[in-house]
Design a binder for this molecule. Sequence first.
Ligand code: G16
Length: 539
Amino acid sequence: MSDAIVEAVKKHPAPEGLVYTYGTAGFRTKAEVLDSVLTRVGLVAALRSRSLKGKWIGVMITASHNPPEDNGVKLVEPLGNMLQEDWEVISTEIANKASPEDVSKYYHDIATQHKADLDTPARVVVARDTRASGSRLLGCLQDGLKAAGAEVKEYGFLTTPQLHYMVRCLNTEGTKDAYGTPTEKGYYEKFGAAFKTALKGKKPSGSLTVDCANGVGGPKLTELIKHLPPKEEGLEIFVINDNVIKPESLNVDCGADFVKTNQRAPPSSKAGPGDRCCSLDGDADRVVYYFKDANNVFRLLDGDRIATLVASFLGDQVRLAGLADSLKIGVVQTAYANGAATQYVEQHLKLKVDCTPTGVKYLHHAAEKLDIGVYFEANGHGTVIFSPDTLDTIAKHEPKSPGQKEALDVIRACIDLINQSVGDALSDFLLVEVVLAHKNWGPQEWLSTYTDLPNRLLKVVVSDRKIFKTTDAERRLVAPEGLQAQIDKEVQKVRQGRSFARASGTEDAVRVYAEAATKAEAEDLARKVSELVKHAGGQ
Ligand code: G16
């Protein structure tokens, strides 16, 4: 078998002088330099499965919100979680081994260290998004998987959350934790049925326009719609930016990242005042909402807003069901959360807020410690997770009145509607629609819950972003030396100022976030901090 590994690795040589890192969401860079990484990821996936006695491991080929010429790959743990951290290190190591023989030796060393019996089956589930480079990279991955002797289940094109769903379904099939049928149809049926039940006869007002970033979410949403109640009883959905025939249009002037970063609707949007719109990203694991108000002003309802909406709704339902004394809800955010959102959760909803570094894996872990953990990044990436004890409590709870039963039914349907393996734009927007329908709210009522502090997010290109090191959930820089003190000085000059800088884990840039009492102050602060970063980064 080791000869097969040497041969497979030889077939896809690594470009010289490049250093790969398993970052915020796996390996992500220009697609043209990823062949060797994909083959080696195939080896790691097989090893990881064997170390877990043949459990299914997921491999998703995607670069999500990145531009069309990028691609990436990430591994998924058996219950649909992000890859465990020590295996991220292994992935980085193997990706950077110099020779095919070094790769093969490392593969065998890891097998021994992690008690991965090379004679036990390795099972791997694979899918990809619609990027042009996906098919070539899939071939490279297959070579690695074949060399490692893995059993492979290929799903073709899927959204990232659908792949996470498949992995969880396959590993729980036939157990008391069975998550669903591991097919695309099973996915649509599960979430479609849960949407109908959770609505409880209420009808969302108006329609929803969904911008699919010209990514894989487009065709998948079109399929999902076939499994939703007809528009007369449910939700009328207009699908836009679903052109996957032209992969070069992916995430270009559309999609969740464009809308959140530029704080404006995609230029192609034809929505009128009050029309509810949302944007997915390239692999449909993020969603942000927006609308034009009565004065034609663009209004964003981002991940913070989804978290506050959902946390307040679940809090109400838990109280109405008579479970408030036994279940505690908490919210997990990152440093990008708007200061007003954090304040609203703590002071108005009276819920606990945790702050973690960027990256779903960090938020997910923090949310796992809560009875009901609502986690969302401001960019629209998130979900809600219910602890096993919470699920048990909810399943066993005997309602004492029709009102309690009603609320309990809604909670149970929401549990089915929420993709608990990972943040899922399709499941998330259905959940938002359920909440709005129950509250009888439009986007304006949702927006009125609190007022965001004006903010600005900028990308700064530097010669080496790795020199930017952070602490305190990425809210403060410890290197380059002296830079944080300079940022602090600028922050003090504006009212309600807050700003931080951190190296992106998915793009070759440093991200700068700033917020302040007025738009002008926020913009000014972001610009000044960016200049400081640029200077310190030697650009
Ligand atoms: C990925 C991660 C997110 C993260 C985003 C940006 O999202 O899954 O947790 O917020 O990248 O990360 P960074 O600021 O480190 O570049 P996606 O949707 O691109 O997979």
